[in-house]
Ligand binder design. Structure first.
Ligand code: A2P
Length: 335
C-alpha cells in the first residue's frame, strides 16, 4: 500500500481482497491506514475471515522511544479496525516491523525538519531498547510476529545473536545475557533484478529470517525517480524472457517475470498496484514459471542499484539524502 494515494487505496484493497490477495503490507507513514481500515471493517466477517488475512504494518522513525512503540502499534490497530478482532492465534496483529533502523525527532510530526530544511534526526535510541518494546508487543498479544525493514546485516546481527553465553573461567559460572528474546521473523528490503541482494538474502536464510522483497517491479512510481535512473522496463533480457513465454497476455508477462523471480527465490513479494486490471493480472503469476537457466540469467543482471533512496528537497530547490547522515544509516554497508 506504499505510494497508494488516499481515495485510491481503499478501492484497491477492496478489489485485491476479492481477487484473492491475502497479505496486505501497510505502514503508518503511508498515511492511508484509516482508509484501508474501512475496507477491513466492511469485509472481515462477511467476505473474508480475519484468520485468512495477513496484515503487516511498520513502526515509524519518530516512535523508536520504547515508551512509544506499543502506542504506535495500537494507533495502527485502531486505524485498520483490527483492534477488536483476534487472529486465529489470539493476537491482534500478524506482523509488525521497525520501518527503518534510524530515528527522527520523537513526536507525531513524521518528517520533522531543521531550519535549513534537512531532516531532524533526534536521539538515536539503542536498537536493543526499541526491540525490547517490540517484544513486549508480542508478549501482550498485540502482534504475533515482529521483524525489521531496511536494516543491514550488521544491524540485524544484533538480534540474531539471541543468547550470548559468556564463560567466566575464574568463577566457573556462565552468565547468560539475553540481548533479544524473540528473533526477527522477517527482513523486508528492496529487491529486483538490478538489486538482487544476494548476500543479504543468504544472511537471512542462514539465520532463519524470511526475506520480503519490496519494490520488486523497480518502483517506477517512487517519488524521487529521475529520468536518468536505470529502468527494468528497457532491459532486453527481461523483455526476451517475457516474450518467449506463452502464458498470459504479452505485456503482462513482463511483470510475471519480475514477480516470479522473487517467488522462485523463496521470498515474500510485494508488487504494488492500485489498478484493478493489474492487481488481477499480477495474481495470475502462479500459472507462470521461470527455468533455472532463466533464473540465473536474471540474477546476473544485478548492478547493486537501489531504487529506494529517500531524498528531501531543501528550501533552495536542491535535493539531499533524507537519511544518509544518521548514525544508523543502513546502506553504507555492503549488505
Ligand atoms: P499502478 O499502481 O498504477 O498499477 P513496485 O511494486 O516495484 O513498487 O512497482 C509499482 C509500480 O509498478 C507502480 O507504478 C504500479 O503502477 C506499477 N505496476 C504494477 N503492476 C503493473 C502491471 N501489471 N503493469 C504495469 N505496471 C504495473
Amino acid at each position: 500500500t506504499w505510494k497508494s494515494a488516499k481515495g485510491e487505496v481503499g478501492a484497491a484493497v477492496d478489489y485485491a481482497l476479492d481477487a484473492g490477495y491475502l497479505h496486505v503490507d501497510c505502514a503508518m507513514v503511508y498515511g492511508n491506514e484509516k482508509e484501508i481500515g474501512e475496507i477491513f471493517k466492511k469485509k472481515i466477517g462477511t467476505t473474508i475471515k480475519r484468520s485468512d488475512l495477513f496484515v503487516t504494518s511498520k513502526l515509524w522513525n519518530t516512535y523508536h522511544h520504547p515508551d512509544d512503540v506499543a502506542k504506535a502499534l495500537k494507533k495502527t490497530l485502531a486505524d485498520l479496525h483490527l483492534d477488536y478482532l483476534l487472529t486465529f492465534f489470539l493476537f491482534f496483529f500478524d506482523l509488525y516491523l521497525i520501518h527503518w533502523p534510524l530515528t527522527f525527532e520523537r513526536g507525531d510530526n513524521f518528517f520533522p525538519l531543521n531550519q535549513d530544511g534537512s531532516m531532524r534526526y533526534g536521539e538515536a535510541y539503542p536498537l536493543e531498547s526499541t526491540w525490547k518494546a517490540m517484544e513486549q508487543c508480542v508478549e501482550t498479544g498485540l502482534t504475533r510476529h515482529i521483524g525489521l525493514s531496511n536494516f543491514n546485516s550488521k544491524q540485524v546481527f544484533f538480534f540474531h545473536l539471541s543468547i550470548q553465553i559468556l564463560c567466566c573461567c575464574k568463577l566457573k559460572i556462565a552468565h547468560i545475557l539475553k540481548t533479544a528474546k524473540i528473533r526477527p521473523a522477517v527482513l523486508q528490503c528492496e529487491s529486483h533484478p538490478y538489486f538482487t541482494q544476494e548476500k543479504l538474502v543468504h544472511f537471512c536464510k542462514d539465520n532463519g529470517i524470511v526475506f520480503t522483497a519490496y519494490s520488486p517491479l523497480g518502483s517506477r512510481d517512487r517519488p524521487w525517480a529521475k529520468p536518468t535512473d536505470p529502468s527494468l522496463f528497457d532491459d532486453p533480457l527481461l523483455k526476451d524472457i517475457a516474450k518467449s513465454k506463452s502464458t498470459g497476455v504479452a505485456n503482462v508477462r513482463f511483470f510475471f517475470v519480475l514477480i516470479r523471480f522473487q517467488i522462485q527465490r523463496g521470498h515474500i513479494v510485494l508488487p504494488k498496484s492500485t489498478q484493478k486490471t493489474r492487481l488481477k493480472s499480477n495474481l495470475e503469476v502462479w500459472h507462470f514459471e521461470l527455468s533455472d537457466e532463466e533464473m540465473r540469467a536474471i540474477g546476473s543482471l544485478n548492478r547493486n542499484w537501489r531504487a529506494c533512496l529517500p531524498v528531501i528537497q531543501l528550501p533552495d530547490g536542491t535535493t539531499t539524502s533524507r537519511d544518509a547522515k544518521h548514525p544508523f544509516w543502513p546502506f553504507a554497508e555492503e549488505f
